[in-house]
Design a protein around this ligand. Sequence first.
Ligand code: GLA
Length: 351
Amino acid sequence: MENLNTSTQQAPTTHVRSYTLHNKHGMQVTVTNYGGTITSILTPDKNGELGEVVLGFKDVTDYTSEAYLANQPYFGAIIGRYGNRIAKGKFTLNGREYSLATNNGENHLHGGVKGFDKVFWEVEELAAQNALRLTYTSPDGEEGYPGTVQVAVLYILTPDNELVIEYQATTDLATPVNLTNHSYFNLSGGKAQDALGHVLSIAADRFVTVSKSLIPTGELPKVAGTPMDFQTPVAIGARIGQVPGGYDHTYVLKETGKHLKHAATVEDPVSGRCLEVCTTEPGIQFYSGNFLDGSLQGHGGTPYKQHYGFCLETQHFPDSPNQPAFPNTILEPDQKYHQKTVYRFYVCQDE
Ligand code: GLA
């Protein structure tokens, strides 16, 4: 696709490009400069056969179609400035109240009407590292946020079938920053009708409870003895019927600290593909694709029905700017934001 222009405010048309990283095992990761979106990840199954493991489209224009914008699934995109919700789009910082764009009922979601998923990123190919470096400058006042924020996202494909995503940001005024990637996974390689048979474990003993509009109530109850408990591996679909609306919750990782720590593991018993997620973040949003409704057809013409894919979004907790007890998400001008997440793909029997 040439000359995609998604907004009347964005004066010059921008050239859409896609970039593919490869490694010696045949694993491939494709990223476009529109939204810094991961459009495809191919990994081998237990027979060495490559298959598509993320939801997305080959043609980048499909990320701007009416049906896509109506559904707003954020397939594979970089999410910012603030991943997840900020209640009523309001927060107070240094004595000043800020009003953000509201795009999810009365709340602010994933950076607003035109978040980092809908802007063009500069892309630099770093051949020596088998990486792509994406940069974007978010202007002061964008979607209501204070300060000019310089963002860099590094996508690295390692020889060990790891996709490493490293995020960095600096600002000239204090502002909330909570970056993540919104990839949806289905490890079947296009063969399963949904992801409910995937077996998941999450290294968390607590989760963030939310109201009907998915805003945290402030409580972090224990998962033990509830359908929220993934401390030992269990199929995504096993208890989903007991969770109103499906899973769309931030899990509080048991291990704290800013080092890289294990967050979740998923296994597709049929293809033998496994995925391990490690992160520097305190939380991981497990979203079971509840709002997918079959209206979008992606790779291989597959209709993406409810629960066809799931997200494991590593991040800070929702609405942290209004929740003083949650880990801090305010980036100050003298600080450097850093988050690192590793998605490691492997064949389950290998371990
Ligand atoms: C996030 C949210 C969900 C939903 C999806 C996109 O994961 O938590 O409620 O909005 O994004 O559809």
